[in-house]
Write a protein that binds this ligand. Structure first.
Ligand code: ADP
Ligand code: MG
Length: 404
């Protein structure tokens, strides 16, 4: 079944439209450090304003404990939204209480309001279905229609994501529509050759994705912290590098499966070995089969793929027509160990076909390294949600919108 999209809702003029967005932005001392998620919600909100709807935006922010906590207030986000829209945005100091009711009642056609953090209410994330439903009913009383557009939370069975969509006429907004369209292309009939580039800290975070994509991809490239578990599975010593000993057998299984299915497994041929986990640590390049043969010996710690690997990876990426990348190639947060991640990001921008970046840290990495979002085919806004989608899991927040 297909996802219900905005046009399925008919005219929204004069209607109170609740739009569930993902405004879960990083904040430092009350200041938004990356407003990417607010920007990602603009196409849908602009469309609703253009239709003359009365827009009620709601979201979670951080992990407050089911009670109001000023540290996680959405007020700065409402201000940022107002700047981006170039028009006033009303803010309600509660989510479903008096303030929310008053703010909604005062909306004229085309006006926008933000209500306070959904997770200030225990019902939003309650495991108990009845408690969740009761909160969703309170939310539902604020609006006539729901537009669900918080892709980052569609893997969660939460009141505003799931129950609310059952209570009101509902459809996906443009962000969810785009995410689903792109991620679906990565699992169903991708244009070939199809390369999957995996990195990040742990193999154990990515098992589901590897298992689901391994049979679908033509090439799997492995970098980041997890590469050391792969090298160890091949019998190489890895010093003090990140190694998940309990995943060695699983990884050996992946290596065997890749061979059986004729999937090209591209592993690094070299790595940057450092004296320790620090931005100013001494470091040298070592061959993948001689990681302990440096001045640091068995104390060395691999913090990035090496320059030969970066070139190898870039070639494998550029010669593909579909590329999905999740997980930085090294500890990109430290400039000395960002070169591998930069090379992979650069290669993705040169793909003649579809290039997709998924994962919270990967998206942060490309921005931090100065790449323009538009240089990629798509940067997924959902870390966990996009990975679960690619694992082939059923996501409650999408199923409730008709996706199957
Ligand atoms: P994403 O959020 O994109 O899915 P992950 O959360 O899996 O990515 O991993 C991101 C983290 O992995 C980054 O903070 C990065 O510093 C870390 N990382 C990458 N390579 C290494 C490495 N060789 N050793 C330790 N940590 C690493
Ligand atoms: Mg992460």
């Amino acid at each position: 079944m297909a996802l219900r999209t905005l046009d399925s809702l008919g005219s929204l003029a004069g209607k109170r439209v609740i739009v569930r967005v993902d405004f879960n932005v990083p904040l430092k001392d009350g200041v938004i450090t990356d407003d990417g998620r607010v920007r990602a919600a603009l196409p849908t909100i602009d469309h609703l304003i253009g239709q003359g709807a009365r827009v009620i935006a709601c979201s979670h922010l951080g992990r407050p404990d089911g009670a109001p906590d000023p540290k996680y207030s959405l007020e700065p986000v409402a201000q940022r939204l107002s700047e981006l829209l170039g028009k006033p945005v009303a803010f309600a100091g509660d989510t479903v209480g008096e303030s929310a009711e008053q703010v909604v009642a005062a909306l004229a056609d085309g006006d926008v309001a933000v209500i306070e953090n959904l997770r200030f209410n225990p019902g939003e994330t309650a495991k108990d279905a009845g408690e969740r439903r009761a909160f969703a009913e309170q939310l539902a009383s604020l609006g006539d229609t729901l537009v669900s557009d918080g892709f980052g939370v569609v893997h969660r069975k939460q009141a505003s994501v799931y129950d609310l969509a059952e209570l009101l006429p509902s459809a996906a907004g443009y962000l969810i529509e785009k995410e689903v369209e792109v991620l679906d292309r990565l699992t169903e009939n991708p244009e070939r050759p199809y390369a999957v580039v995996l990195g990040g800290s742990k193999v154990s975070d990515k098992l589901g994705v590897i298992e689901h994509l391994l049979p679908r991809a033509d090439k799997i490239l492995v970098g980041g912290g997890m590469l050391f578990t792969f090298l160890a599975a091949l019998g190489h010593k890895v010093g003090k590098s990140l190694l998940e000993a309990d995943q060695l057998e699983t990884v050996k299984g992946y290596i065997a499966t890749a061979q059986e299915r004729g999937v090209e497994l591209v592993l690094p041929v070299d790595a940057v070995m450092a004296s320790g986990f620090a931005a100013d640590a001494d470091h040298v390049v070592a061959a993948a089969d001689a990681l302990e043969d440096t001045a640091f010996g068995a104390e060395g710690m691999g913090l990035d793929i090496g320059p030969k690997s970066a070139e190898l990876f870039a070639d494998a990426i550029r010669s593909s027509r579909t590329v999905f990348w999740n997980g930085p190639m090294g500890v990109f947060e430290m400039p000395a160990f960002a070169a591998g991640t930069r090379a992979v990001a650069q290669a993705l921008t040169e793909v003649d076909g579809l290039s997709v970046v998924g994962g919270g840290d990967s998206a942060a990495a490309v921005r931090q390294l100065g790449f323009d979002d538009a240089a990629f085919g798509h940067i997924s806004t959902g870390g966990g949600a996009s990975l679960e989608f690619l694992e082939g899991k059923k996501l409650p927040g999408l199923e409730v919108l008709g996706w199957a």
